[in-house]
Design a protein around this ligand. Structure first.
Ligand code: ZN
Length: 350
């Protein structure tokens, strides 16, 4: 009863589930973005970002058939980052595997660095967060081209090349040079280079203690020798995929669990809050289903076609479940049993 009173008091909650740092109408993407945020922050700085962003970053997803791409916009003023807006394009798997981790990494490093970066460095670092197949593709790209975009003259360039071929080349070279730098010194040093308030052509030689032309020559030699070995993450010691286990989001063709809800519906809000509060509940559902949230006020035609007269309604396979009475109740109705949440760190081996 108390719970009802509390829920009714919050009935103006927006229809999208507002997590700490991202807002997306697709819960799987929203959750993946939170995971990617922690992962990138841990990768670059050794710990999560000190707290949630002042305002969450809205994510817009368009599931077009085009190959994955994304844009992250933000404003930098007086050392602060604000006005987040993230757009990701592509099929769900590509977005979860590559586009979202890449874009979230841009946002995480913007928070850590708080200054605009030369494009090769920003894109090279963000590409580290992508999947092993994407890394292999970036490495193969360098095999196709003998020309180098990155030179002592272009290392500080803040804009993208004008042609799309050269832009692709910039991504591939940027990723390769970032990989090389990550193998030379701790990650915190590459972060320090990004944070330094002077041009890269000065901060890079200072931190890596080698003149810029020599550093670029060493990188080219390393790249040549690596191409003889191979381009997959296991054979070249990728800083992200090796020796770390591949812990990216598990992408599979799970059946859809459609959840019809409304912003004014207390039990709908209770369901969304339970997803946030009980990792075991969320993981049990996500292991079995891909959760898709629908709002009867936002999608009136579709809700009419599905015969939704009250909310919440859960549609999965051939099941139709009306109402919500808590995590155990819903799992029982769906024929599932709660699995304990996966620990963030592997248990110590004894
Ligand atoms: Zn990017």
């Amino acid at each position: 009863m108390l719970r009802w009173a509390l829920l009714l008091g919050l009935s103006l909650h927006p229809q999208t589930l507002r997590a700490q740092n991202f807002i997306c109408s697709d819960l799987e993407l929203q959750h993946a973005a939170e995971v990617a945020r922690d992962r990138s922050a841990n990768f670059w700085s050794g710990h999560p970002l000190p707290g949630p962003w002042y305002q969450p970053c809205p994510i817009e997803w368009s599931g077009s058939q085009r190959s994955g791409q994304g844009v992250t916009r933000y404003r930098l003023a007086e050392g602060e980052v604000f006005g987040w807006q993230m757009t990701v394009l592509g099929d769900r798997n590509t977005v979860l595997r590559d586009v979202l981790p890449h874009e979230v990494d841009h946002a995480v490093r913007a928070s850590l660095v708080r200054r605009a970066l030369p494009r090769w460095l920003d894109e090279g670092c963000a590409s580290v967060a992508e999947s092993a197949p994407s890394h292999a593709q970036l490495r193969s790209q360098l095999r196709l081209s003998r020309r180098r975009i990155l030179t002592s003259e272009t290392i500080d360039a803040m804009s993208y090349p004008t042609s799309s071929t050269s832009t692709q080349q910039l991504y591939a070279e940027g990723f390769s040079l970032v990989e090389y730098l990550l193998l030379q010194r701790p990650r915190s040093d590459l972060l320090r280079v990004q944070q330094a308030e002077r041009p890269l052509s000065q901060s890079l030689p200072a931190v890596y203690q080698v003149e810029l032309p020599q550093l670029l020559a060493d990188w080219t030699n390393w790249e040549q020798s690596r191409l003889r070995v191979g381009t997959t993450c296991d054979c070249v010691g990728c800083p992200w995929h090796h020796p770390l286990p591949q812990a990216g989001p598990v992408v599979s063709e799970r059946p859809v669990l459609t959840v019809w809800s409304a912003s004014w519906c207390g039990p709908c809000l209770a369901f969304q809050q339970d997803l946030q509060r009980h990792p075991g509940f969320r993981q049990t559902l996500e292991k079995r289903f891909r959760i898709v949230m629908r709002d009867i006020d936002q999608q009136p035609r579709e809700s009419g076609q599905s015969g939704i007269l009250s909310v919440p309604v859960f549609l999965a396979d051939t099941r139709r479940i009306e109402g919500y009475q808590g995590p155990e109740w819903l799992l029982r109705e769906l024929g599932l049993t709660m699995t304990p949440p996966t620990p963030v760190h592997a248990p110590p081996s004894s």
